[in-house]
Design a protein around this ligand. Structure first.
Ligand SMILES: O=C(O)CCC(=O)C(=O)O
Length: 276
């Protein structure tokens, strides 16, 4: 899949682009089954809500490690995901800076304060703030599920100041966030935040400076979403003091090959063969 000129223009105007019906129900079923398996693993790559419910599973795309997943690895290399990223990054040499699956659990899953992703990553040693994240909806998502919201055009504001907020009761780690006063100004001067809702299989691409956030899951259904952050190999991070772990700041900057669009389903067939 290649993005049209209009889609590229929309991405640059809004800081995000939503593409419904990108992955099939069969592909989503394979990814969901593997997510259920990963939720039972005990690993440092898994972050939890205070209640114990799984919140995020990082580093699902690598070949090694306790939360490796052939299905997610294949997803990150499907032409449907990788080619649009290459178009938006103006480069055929991209690698994965990190992956995570946010399993915002029914009634227990808490939110993310308004932030830009680069508000975190600026400390990781990247020179350029033009990274692209893909977001795949893996459950039918409505606002009540704690959908993500994006502020259209907010990526054009450049990097905003972020502070550390530890006021969130349900999740124990502090989050980086944009100050309330600044957010009010931004919300007054931009179009209303857009909820990222839709059917499972919807793909979203967003810029690392787009201001986004989400609320708690108020429904009785889990909200599952996979995030893959891509970076140009040329923009790999320089050394920093006390670098964050490989699960969130990958040092595997081998350029990714574009593989097959059948990769997710093939991974499930291979797993069945291995078991038999
Ligand atoms: O999954 C969500 O609701 C929000 C995730 C998010 O904003 C992030 O991980 O940066």
């Amino acid at each position: 899949m290649e993005l049209t000129k209009q889609q590229i223009a929309d991405y640059h105007r809004d800081g995000f682009l939503v593409i419904p019906n990108c992955y099939s129900a069969e592909e989503i079923a394979v990814l969901r089954e593997d997510t259920e398996r990963l939720c039972k693993v005990d690993a440092a790559e898994i972050f939890r809500e205070r209640s114990g419910a799984v919140r995020s599973i990082f580093r699902v795309h690598e070949e090694d490690g306790p939360v490796r997943s052939a299905a997610y690895r294949a997803l990150t290399r499907t032409p449907r995901m990788l080619k649009p990223v290459m178009q938006l990054q103006n480069s055929d040499e991209v690698y994965i800076a990190h992956t995570k699956v946010n399993t915002k659990s029914a009634l227990e899953g808490s939110g993310w304060l308004w932030h830009q992703d680069f508000g975190y990553w600026v400390h990781d040693g990247y020179e350029q703030n033009d990274m692209v994240t893909t977001l795949l909806l893996m459950s039918d998502t409505k606002e009540i599920h704690g959908s993500l919201y994006m502020i259209p055009g907010s990526h054009k504001l450049g990097l905003l100041e972020h502070y550390y907020d530890d006021s969130q009761a349900a999740y124990q780690l502090p989050q980086r966030a944009v100050e309330t006063k600044k957010l009010k100004e931004i919300m007054k001067s931009h179009a209303a935040p857009v909820p990222i809702v839709g059917k499972a299989g919807t793909l979203v691409l967003f810029h690392c400076l787009t201001v986004h956030g989400s609320g708690a899951n108020m429904s009785a259904e889990d909200r599952w979403q996979a995030y893959v952050t891509y970076n140009r190999v040329a923009n790999r991070p320089h050394d920093v003091e006390k670098p964050r772990g490989d699960f969130v700041r990958s040092t595997n900057w081998q350029p990714l090959p574009v593989e097959s669009d059948s990769g997710i389903l093939d991974s499930a067939r291979s797993a069945v063969l291995e078991e038999s």
